[in-house]
Design a binder for this molecule. Structure first.
Ligand code: COA
Length: 229
């Protein structure tokens, strides 16, 4: 299976969203933040929301897809989306502000079109955002900023074959050259912490998102820049 990593294009989006939805089907954060009961979770609504996020990511993130170059259907086998590092003294540009506003409008339209959030427990989303902001304020001490791995996933059935490493290395190599740190939040301790340790990340904090008795733990990991061999 000859795997190629390339920047995402608009035509990849349906396959990217499918790949993310498959991988996050049993994800602890997703199961905490969404009401997955039949009739509550709306997969089409979730698809529309992820599609809008991908359209934003094409212009604003480091966004890569893994494909089998022998497969004529161009199916996306794995995805990674990274936020670019931002220096502590650097603000948002006008074009970033406009793109965020467009994303907000699209999500507002999805809210109307699908008559709701499709099972997203909004209070839990905001609990996560609050905890994330607190964790990053505590952990992100480097004024040069961090490459933030926001999404990484490989299709079930072909995990453990090196595709995740390829998706990581496209950005970790960049980070090493620039002497920058990388950051991620994993919603699974096993096996993901061990996988990310293989990529050079270290666990720095456990973030507990608490909604009463229902708690979702997220594992914050940092990767220091590594010297070239
Ligand atoms: C996490 C994920 C992206 C990793 O991608 P992958 O293609 O499975 O990983 P790779 O095959 O490239 O393996 C990377 C390294 O981890 C190791 N590894 C893979 N699976 C492992 C496991 N179950 N336990 C321990 N180590 C493992 C590999 O040996 C490899 O190390 P090496 O290159 O030094 O030999 C993928 O497994 C995945 O999509 N999981 C489900 C969705 C998910 O959890 N996404 C992340 C949410 S935070």
């Amino acid at each position: 299976m000859p795997i190629e990593i390339s920047p995402i294009t608009t035509s990849d989006i349906p396959s990217v969203v499918e790949c993310i939805q498959l991988a996050f089907d049993d994800d602890p954060y997703s199961n905490w933040a969404f009401d997955k009961r039949p009739g509550q979770f709306n997969k089409q609504r979730n698809f529309a929301s992820l599609k809008a996020k991908c359209e934003w990511g094409i212009r604003n993130a480091l966004f890569y897809v893994a494909k089998d170059s022998d497969r004529p259907d161009g199916a996306v086998l794995g995805v990674s989306m990274w936020m670019k590092p931002r220096r502590a003294d650097e603000g948002q540009t006008w074009s970033e502000w406009v793109d965020e506003y467009i994303l907000w409008l699209k999500q507002g339209w999805n809210l109307v079109r699908y008559q709701g959030r499709g099972g997203l427990k909004t209070n839990r989303y905001w609990i996560w955002k609050r905890e994330q902001a607190q964790a990053q304020a505590e952990i992100w001490t480097d004024p040069d900023g961090y490459y933030f791995c926001n999404i990484v996933t490989v299709r079930p059935g072909i995990q453990g074959k090196g595709i995740g490493r390829m998706l990581f290395e496209v950005v970790t190599k960049m980070a090493d050259q620039e002497g920058r740190q990388c950051y991620l939040e994993s919603s699974k301790d096993k096996p993901n912490i061990a996988i990310y340790e293989k990529m050079g990340f270290q666990l720095v904090k456990k973030m507990a998102c608490e909604d009463g008795e229902d708690v979702c733990d997220l594992f914050c990991m940092i990767r220091e820049p590594q010297a070239k061999p």
